[in-house]
Design a protein around this ligand. Structure first.
Ligand SMILES: *Cc1c(COP(=O)(O)O)cnc(C)c1O
Length: 213
C-alpha cells in the first residue's frame, strides 16, 4: 500500500483512485486470512474451482470481501463465475460475451466486467487482439453487459510502459475509465499510466511454486 501511495504521488496523472487487487492464487486460506486481518478486502483469483474451495468460509467471516476473476473463463463455467465473483476482468471473446448475457438473463445478475486485451499479440495468451477490441466492446454494450474497463498482461520480460500507454488510449477511445494493469514487477509504472487496479501477488504473498504460475 505504501508503494502504491508513493507511485501515485510521483505520477503525473494518476487515476483518482488505485485499487490493490491482492492476487491470492495458490495461497491457502491461512495466508489469505492474514491479509484480511491486515485490512485487505479485495482479492484476485484465476480459477473458479480454486475459489469454490477456498473462499466460502472466508466470505462468511468477512462479508465485505471482494473477488475479481483475473484468469481465463470457459463458457461452461460462466454460471459458477457469476455466482462467485464481484468483478470479471477477463472478457476476451464474443462467445464469452454471449454466454455472460445468457447467464445474466438466467441469474438476473452480471458483475462489472473488464475486457482483457492481448496487447502483446501473443498467440498463447488470452485476451482479445487489439484490432478486435472495439468490436468486442460494442458487442458487449449491445448485449447490455456492464463493461467498465480494460485489462492487460504485457509479455513477460518486456517493458510494460508501451502496453500500459496503449491500453490507456484504447480505453479512452472507447469511453472506458477503469484500467487493470500492473503486477508485482511493474505496478508502479502502470500507476503512471493511470491504472485504477493493480494486480499484485508475489510482492504481497511471496513467491509461488513455478508449476502454479
Ligand atoms: C498471477 C497474476 C498476477 C500477479 O502476478 P505477480 O507477479 O505475482 O504480482 C496478476 N495478474 C494476473 C492475471 C495473474 O495471473
Amino acid at each position: 500500500m505504501a508503494r502504491i501511495a508513493a507511485a501515485r504521488k510521483a505520477a503525473f496523472h494518476p487515476a483518482p483512485f488505485t485499487h490493490l487487487v491482492a492476487v491470492s492464487k495458490t495461497v491457502d486460506e491461512a495466508g489469505i486470512s492474514k491479509a484480511l486481518e491486515a485490512g485487505q478486502r479485495l482479492f484476485g483469483e484465476n480459477r473458479v474451482q480454486e475459489v469454490q474451495g477456498k473462499f466460502p468460509a472466508l466470505k462468511s467471516e468477512y462479508p465485505d470481501l471482494q473477488l475479481h476473476l483475473i484468469g481465463p473463463l470457459q463458457s461452461n463455467k460462466v454460471k459458477d463465475a457469476l455466482a462467485l465473483f464481484d468483478v470479471i476482468q477477463t472478457l476476451d471473446r464474443p462467445k464469452l460475451a454471449q454466454a455472460l448475457a445468457t447467464g445474466r438473463d438466467q441469474s438476473g445478475f452480471c458483475p462489472p466486467l473488464f475486457v482483457q486485451v492481448n496487447t502483446g499479440e501473443e498467440p498463447q495468451k488470452a485476451g482479445v487482439m487489439p484490432g478486435e477490441a472495439a468490436e468486442l466492446i460494442a458487442l458487449a454494450r449491445k448485449l447490455e453487459l456492464p463493461v467498465i474497463g480494460l485489462m492487460c498482461i504485457p509479455p513477460a520480460g518486456q517493458d510494460g510502459a508501451p502496453h500500459f500507454g496503449f491500453l490507456q488510449k484504447l480505453a479512452r477511445d472507447n469511453g472506458l475509465d477503469q484500467l487493470s494493469m500492473g503486477m508485482s514487477g511493474d505496478f508502479e509504472m502502470a500507476i503512471r499510466f493511470g491504472a485504477t487496479h493493480v494486480r499484485v501477488g508475489t510482492a504481497i504473498f511471496g513467491a509461488r511454486e513455478i508449476s502454479a504460475l
